[in-house]
Design a protein around this ligand. Structure first.
Ligand SMILES: *[C@@H]1O[C@H](CO)[C@@H](O)[C@H](O)[C@H]1NC(C)=O
Ligand SMILES: *[C@@H]1O[C@H](CO)[C@@H](O)[C@H](O)[C@H]1NC(C)=O
Ligand SMILES: *[C@@H]1O[C@H](CO)[C@@H](O)[C@H](O)[C@H]1NC(C)=O
Ligand SMILES: *[C@@H]1O[C@H](CO)[C@@H](O)[C@H](O)[C@H]1NC(C)=O
Ligand SMILES: *[C@@H]1O[C@H](CO)[C@@H](O)[C@H](O)[C@H]1NC(C)=O
Length: 230
Protein backbone atom coordinates (compact mmCIF):
# COMPACT_ATOMS: atom_id res chain seq x y z
CA UNK A 1 0.00 0.00 0.00
CA UNK A 2 2.72 2.48 1.07
CA UNK A 3 4.83 1.49 -1.89
CA UNK A 4 1.98 2.17 -4.33
CA UNK A 5 1.32 5.55 -2.77
CA UNK A 6 4.96 6.47 -3.03
CA UNK A 7 5.00 5.53 -6.65
CA UNK A 8 1.89 7.61 -7.25
CA UNK A 9 3.54 10.52 -5.46
CA UNK A 10 6.59 10.34 -7.65
CA UNK A 11 4.41 10.25 -10.72
CA UNK A 12 2.66 13.46 -9.63
CA UNK A 13 6.00 15.01 -8.73
CA UNK A 14 7.62 14.27 -12.05
CA UNK A 15 4.63 15.46 -14.06
CA UNK A 16 4.82 18.64 -12.02
CA UNK A 17 8.46 19.15 -12.99
CA UNK A 18 7.53 18.62 -16.62
CA UNK A 19 4.82 21.24 -16.22
CA UNK A 20 7.33 23.62 -14.64
CA UNK A 21 9.63 23.25 -17.63
CA UNK A 22 6.75 23.92 -20.02
CA UNK A 23 5.63 26.98 -18.07
CA UNK A 24 9.10 28.50 -18.06
CA UNK A 25 9.66 27.92 -21.78
CA UNK A 26 6.55 29.99 -22.57
CA UNK A 27 7.95 33.11 -20.96
CA UNK A 28 10.35 34.41 -23.57
CA UNK A 29 8.44 37.29 -25.12
CA UNK A 30 9.44 40.77 -26.09
CA UNK A 31 6.71 43.46 -25.93
CA UNK A 32 8.57 45.56 -28.54
CA UNK A 33 8.03 42.74 -31.05
CA UNK A 34 4.35 42.58 -30.07
CA UNK A 35 4.07 46.27 -30.90
CA UNK A 36 5.55 45.67 -34.36
CA UNK A 37 2.87 43.00 -34.93
CA UNK A 38 0.14 45.40 -33.79
CA UNK A 39 1.49 48.14 -36.11
CA UNK A 40 1.60 45.75 -39.06
CA UNK A 41 -1.87 44.36 -38.38
CA UNK A 42 -3.22 47.89 -38.24
CA UNK A 43 -1.49 48.84 -41.51
CA UNK A 44 -2.51 45.73 -43.42
CA UNK A 45 -6.12 46.12 -42.20
CA UNK A 46 -6.01 49.45 -44.00
CA UNK A 47 -4.43 47.94 -47.14
CA UNK A 48 -0.97 49.34 -46.45
CA UNK A 49 2.25 47.35 -46.75
CA UNK A 50 3.62 45.32 -43.87
CA UNK A 51 6.81 46.87 -42.51
CA UNK A 52 10.07 45.04 -42.07
CA UNK A 53 11.12 44.57 -38.44
CA UNK A 54 14.64 46.03 -38.35
CA UNK A 55 16.71 45.26 -35.22
CA UNK A 56 19.17 48.08 -36.04
CA UNK A 57 16.34 50.62 -36.25
CA UNK A 58 14.76 49.07 -33.12
CA UNK A 59 17.97 49.63 -31.18
CA UNK A 60 18.14 53.23 -32.40
CA UNK A 61 14.51 53.66 -31.26
CA UNK A 62 15.61 52.44 -27.82
CA UNK A 63 18.39 55.10 -27.78
CA UNK A 64 15.78 57.67 -28.79
CA UNK A 65 13.50 56.68 -25.90
CA UNK A 66 16.48 56.71 -23.54
CA UNK A 67 17.47 60.18 -24.81
CA UNK A 68 13.95 61.50 -24.21
CA UNK A 69 13.65 60.03 -20.72
CA UNK A 70 12.56 62.89 -18.51
CA UNK A 71 9.88 65.55 -18.86
CA UNK A 72 7.00 63.15 -19.35
CA UNK A 73 3.87 65.36 -19.35
CA UNK A 74 0.52 64.23 -17.98
CA UNK A 75 -0.94 63.88 -21.47
CA UNK A 76 1.88 61.64 -22.61
CA UNK A 77 3.65 64.11 -24.84
CA UNK A 78 7.36 64.72 -24.58
CA UNK A 79 9.22 67.77 -25.77
CA UNK A 80 12.16 66.07 -27.32
CA UNK A 81 13.75 66.42 -30.73
CA UNK A 82 17.14 64.79 -31.17
CA UNK A 83 19.17 66.22 -34.04
CA UNK A 84 20.44 64.32 -37.04
CA UNK A 85 23.88 64.37 -35.42
CA UNK A 86 22.45 62.60 -32.36
CA UNK A 87 21.37 59.77 -34.66
CA UNK A 88 24.72 59.42 -36.44
CA UNK A 89 27.07 60.31 -33.60
CA UNK A 90 25.34 58.85 -30.56
CA UNK A 91 22.43 56.48 -31.27
CA UNK A 92 23.96 54.48 -34.12
CA UNK A 93 27.39 54.02 -32.48
CA UNK A 94 25.71 52.99 -29.19
CA UNK A 95 23.98 50.20 -31.08
CA UNK A 96 26.83 49.21 -33.36
CA UNK A 97 24.88 50.18 -36.46
CA UNK A 98 27.30 50.47 -39.41
CA UNK A 99 27.33 54.20 -40.21
CA UNK A 100 27.15 53.99 -44.04
CA UNK A 101 23.96 51.92 -43.71
CA UNK A 102 21.91 54.52 -41.80
CA UNK A 103 18.68 55.06 -43.74
CA UNK A 104 16.21 57.94 -43.94
CA UNK A 105 13.82 58.27 -41.00
CA UNK A 106 10.35 58.87 -42.46
CA UNK A 107 8.41 59.01 -39.22
CA UNK A 108 8.86 59.06 -35.47
CA UNK A 109 6.47 58.72 -32.56
CA UNK A 110 7.70 59.03 -28.99
CA UNK A 111 5.38 58.94 -25.99
CA UNK A 112 5.32 58.24 -22.31
CA UNK A 113 2.93 57.13 -19.62
CA UNK A 114 3.04 57.16 -15.84
CA UNK A 115 3.60 53.40 -15.84
CA UNK A 116 4.24 50.40 -18.09
CA UNK A 117 1.26 49.31 -20.22
CA UNK A 118 0.66 46.12 -22.19
CA UNK A 119 1.51 46.52 -25.91
CA UNK A 120 -2.10 46.81 -27.17
CA UNK A 121 -3.01 49.40 -24.51
CA UNK A 122 0.19 51.34 -25.13
CA UNK A 123 -0.58 51.37 -28.87
CA UNK A 124 -4.16 52.59 -28.47
CA UNK A 125 -3.85 54.98 -25.59
CA UNK A 126 -0.28 56.22 -25.61
CA UNK A 127 1.33 55.84 -29.01
CA UNK A 128 -1.44 56.22 -31.57
CA UNK A 129 -3.95 58.22 -29.57
CA UNK A 130 -4.43 61.13 -31.98
CA UNK A 131 -4.78 61.79 -35.71
CA UNK A 132 -1.27 63.11 -36.06
CA UNK A 133 0.21 59.82 -34.85
CA UNK A 134 -2.27 57.87 -36.96
CA UNK A 135 -1.19 59.68 -40.12
CA UNK A 136 2.46 58.93 -39.31
CA UNK A 137 1.57 55.25 -38.80
CA UNK A 138 -0.27 55.11 -42.14
CA UNK A 139 2.34 56.91 -44.25
CA UNK A 140 3.17 55.05 -47.48
CA UNK A 141 6.84 56.07 -47.47
CA UNK A 142 7.79 53.59 -44.75
CA UNK A 143 9.42 50.26 -45.49
CA UNK A 144 10.70 49.33 -42.06
CA UNK A 145 9.98 49.92 -38.41
CA UNK A 146 11.82 49.76 -35.10
CA UNK A 147 10.33 49.93 -31.60
CA UNK A 148 12.24 50.82 -28.45
CA UNK A 149 10.97 51.00 -24.88
CA UNK A 150 12.48 51.81 -21.53
CA UNK A 151 11.20 52.68 -18.07
CA UNK A 152 12.44 54.81 -15.22
CA UNK A 153 12.59 52.93 -11.94
CA UNK A 154 9.33 53.72 -10.09
CA UNK A 155 8.74 56.44 -12.69
CA UNK A 156 7.19 56.87 -16.13
CA UNK A 157 7.64 54.53 -19.07
CA UNK A 158 8.84 55.56 -22.55
CA UNK A 159 8.06 54.17 -26.00
CA UNK A 160 9.58 55.16 -29.32
CA UNK A 161 8.53 54.11 -32.83
CA UNK A 162 10.83 54.87 -35.75
CA UNK A 163 9.95 54.36 -39.40
CA UNK A 164 12.33 54.35 -42.33
CA UNK A 165 12.09 54.22 -46.10
CA UNK A 166 15.26 52.12 -46.08
CA UNK A 167 15.42 49.00 -48.17
CA UNK A 168 14.97 45.79 -46.27
CA UNK A 169 18.19 44.48 -44.68
CA UNK A 170 20.59 46.86 -46.38
CA UNK A 171 19.89 49.69 -43.92
CA UNK A 172 20.63 49.92 -40.19
CA UNK A 173 22.92 46.92 -40.43
CA UNK A 174 24.28 45.83 -37.06
CA UNK A 175 27.98 45.00 -36.90
CA UNK A 176 29.23 41.72 -35.50
CA UNK A 177 27.13 39.78 -38.00
CA UNK A 178 23.88 41.39 -36.90
CA UNK A 179 24.30 41.24 -33.13
CA UNK A 180 25.48 44.84 -32.63
CA UNK A 181 26.30 46.11 -29.15
CA UNK A 182 24.46 44.54 -26.27
CA UNK A 183 22.12 46.97 -24.49
CA UNK A 184 22.00 47.22 -20.72
CA UNK A 185 18.54 48.73 -20.42
CA UNK A 186 15.17 48.47 -22.12
CA UNK A 187 13.72 46.41 -24.96
CA UNK A 188 13.85 46.78 -28.72
CA UNK A 189 12.12 45.05 -31.59
CA UNK A 190 13.80 42.58 -33.90
CA UNK A 191 15.97 41.39 -31.05
CA UNK A 192 15.89 37.80 -29.90
CA UNK A 193 16.72 38.82 -26.33
CA UNK A 194 13.77 38.09 -24.04
CA UNK A 195 12.48 41.21 -22.41
CA UNK A 196 9.69 42.00 -19.99
CA UNK A 197 8.13 45.42 -19.34
CA UNK A 198 11.27 47.12 -20.51
CA UNK A 199 13.60 45.01 -18.45
CA UNK A 200 15.88 42.30 -19.69
CA UNK A 201 15.17 38.99 -18.11
CA UNK A 202 17.98 36.52 -18.05
CA UNK A 203 16.49 33.31 -19.30
CA UNK A 204 18.38 31.30 -16.70
CA UNK A 205 17.00 33.10 -13.67
CA UNK A 206 13.45 32.98 -15.01
CA UNK A 207 13.62 29.27 -15.73
CA UNK A 208 15.23 28.65 -12.37
CA UNK A 209 12.57 30.64 -10.49
CA UNK A 210 9.73 28.88 -12.24
CA UNK A 211 11.17 25.46 -11.63
CA UNK A 212 11.85 26.21 -7.96
CA UNK A 213 8.40 27.67 -7.31
CA UNK A 214 6.55 24.96 -9.17
CA UNK A 215 8.79 22.39 -7.48
CA UNK A 216 7.81 23.63 -4.03
CA UNK A 217 4.13 23.64 -4.95
CA UNK A 218 4.41 20.10 -6.21
CA UNK A 219 6.20 18.81 -3.11
CA UNK A 220 3.44 20.36 -1.03
CA UNK A 221 0.81 18.76 -3.26
CA UNK A 222 2.40 15.36 -2.98
CA UNK A 223 2.61 15.67 0.82
CA UNK A 224 -1.06 16.61 1.00
CA UNK A 225 -1.95 13.70 -1.22
CA UNK A 226 -0.08 11.24 0.98
CA UNK A 227 -1.51 12.69 4.20
CA UNK A 228 -5.04 12.39 2.84
CA UNK A 229 -4.55 8.84 1.68
CA UNK A 230 -2.80 7.50 4.76
C1 LIG B 1 13.10 69.04 -19.62
O1 LIG B 1 12.55 70.34 -19.54
C2 LIG B 1 13.47 71.33 -19.10
C3 LIG B 1 12.71 72.63 -18.97
O2 LIG B 1 11.83 72.83 -20.01
C4 LIG B 1 14.62 71.42 -20.09
O3 LIG B 1 15.57 72.36 -19.65
C5 LIG B 1 15.28 70.04 -20.23
O4 LIG B 1 16.27 70.08 -21.22
C6 LIG B 1 14.24 68.99 -20.60
N1 LIG B 1 14.87 67.68 -20.59
C7 LIG B 1 14.79 66.85 -21.64
C8 LIG B 1 15.46 65.53 -21.48
O5 LIG B 1 14.20 67.15 -22.68
C1 LIG C 1 0.22 68.21 -23.30
O1 LIG C 1 0.83 68.85 -22.19
C2 LIG C 1 1.82 69.83 -22.54
C3 LIG C 1 2.48 70.32 -21.29
O2 LIG C 1 1.82 69.96 -20.13
C4 LIG C 1 1.13 70.95 -23.33
O3 LIG C 1 2.10 71.92 -23.71
C5 LIG C 1 0.48 70.36 -24.58
O4 LIG C 1 -0.22 71.36 -25.27
C6 LIG C 1 -0.46 69.23 -24.23
N1 LIG C 1 -0.89 68.58 -25.47
C7 LIG C 1 -2.13 68.15 -25.68
C8 LIG C 1 -2.40 67.49 -26.97
O5 LIG C 1 -3.01 68.27 -24.83
C1 LIG D 1 4.98 60.69 -45.32
O1 LIG D 1 6.31 60.82 -44.84
C2 LIG D 1 7.16 61.57 -45.67
C3 LIG D 1 8.57 61.46 -45.14
O2 LIG D 1 8.63 61.79 -43.78
C4 LIG D 1 6.63 63.00 -45.74
O3 LIG D 1 7.46 63.79 -46.59
C5 LIG D 1 5.21 63.00 -46.24
O4 LIG D 1 4.66 64.30 -46.21
C6 LIG D 1 4.34 62.06 -45.43
N1 LIG D 1 3.04 61.91 -46.06
C7 LIG D 1 1.89 62.11 -45.41
C8 LIG D 1 0.67 61.86 -46.20
O5 LIG D 1 1.86 62.46 -44.24
C1 LIG E 1 -5.73 51.07 -35.98
O1 LIG E 1 -5.32 51.89 -34.90
C2 LIG E 1 -6.16 53.02 -34.68
C3 LIG E 1 -5.54 53.85 -33.57
O2 LIG E 1 -5.43 53.13 -32.36
C4 LIG E 1 -7.57 52.56 -34.34
O3 LIG E 1 -8.41 53.67 -34.20
C5 LIG E 1 -8.09 51.65 -35.46
O4 LIG E 1 -9.35 51.13 -35.10
C6 LIG E 1 -7.12 50.52 -35.71
N1 LIG E 1 -7.56 49.74 -36.84
C7 LIG E 1 -7.72 48.43 -36.78
C8 LIG E 1 -8.22 47.77 -38.01
O5 LIG E 1 -7.45 47.79 -35.78
C1 LIG F 1 18.45 40.01 -47.14
O1 LIG F 1 18.72 38.94 -46.26
C2 LIG F 1 18.44 37.68 -46.76
C3 LIG F 1 18.65 36.66 -45.65
O2 LIG F 1 19.76 36.98 -44.83
C4 LIG F 1 19.34 37.41 -47.98
O3 LIG F 1 19.06 36.13 -48.51
C5 LIG F 1 19.07 38.48 -49.03
O4 LIG F 1 19.95 38.32 -50.12
C6 LIG F 1 19.24 39.88 -48.42
N1 LIG F 1 18.80 40.87 -49.38
C7 LIG F 1 19.56 41.90 -49.72
C8 LIG F 1 18.95 42.87 -50.69
O5 LIG F 1 20.68 42.07 -49.27
Amino acid sequence: MVKRLCCCGWLVFSSCLLLAALVSSKHHGNPANDLVDIINNNRTAHKLSKLNDSPGLGCIALQYAEFCKGNCSRNGTIKCAPSEDDFTEVFAPNCGVELPTIGTITGQIVSCHSKYLEPSLAFQHVLVGDNKALSILRNRSHNEVGVGMVGVHKGPFFWSLLFSSGKTNSTFVLENRGTGIQQKKGCYSGSSIPCSAGRKITADSVTFNHVVITGFLCVHLVQQLQLNLL
